[in-house]
Design a protein around this ligand. Sequence first.
Ligand SMILES: [Cu+2]
Length: 141
Amino acid sequence: MKKLLILAATLGSMALASDMMGRMTVMTIPLMGMGMQMGSAVVVAWPSGEHEVFVHLEGLTPGSGMYANHIHFNATNDAMCSMQNGDKIIGLNNLMADDRGMATSYTKLPATVKFTMTPMYLNIHSNNPDAVGPSIICGDF
Ligand SMILES: [Cu+2]
């Protein structure tokens, strides 16, 4: 994770596909919560069309269980965290809060999952009382 964050800072790429030279690109997305929660996501786009998504959160209630985690977008290309208007989703693996209130997930998405619709946002949902409740942490990209 730390290596990827350093790599993302070095490349400074904002593209979500491999670049014109056919190399992988990396994007880092800050994630902000309503309260003490914060985190970051790293999206790696491979020339093969595959994507890898790493999500790390801090400030969750320790041991508070599993959190649903999605990339949201919409058909009108105006999806934003503040609007919560991304009615289409790319599912990511759930996050599990540990005893320090931290959680990490890794998801590898096949090339069949297209990242052509932008803007998008990465949303972590409340898990209480519903398994997939309102957004509690979000980042636009
Ligand atoms: Cu969602």
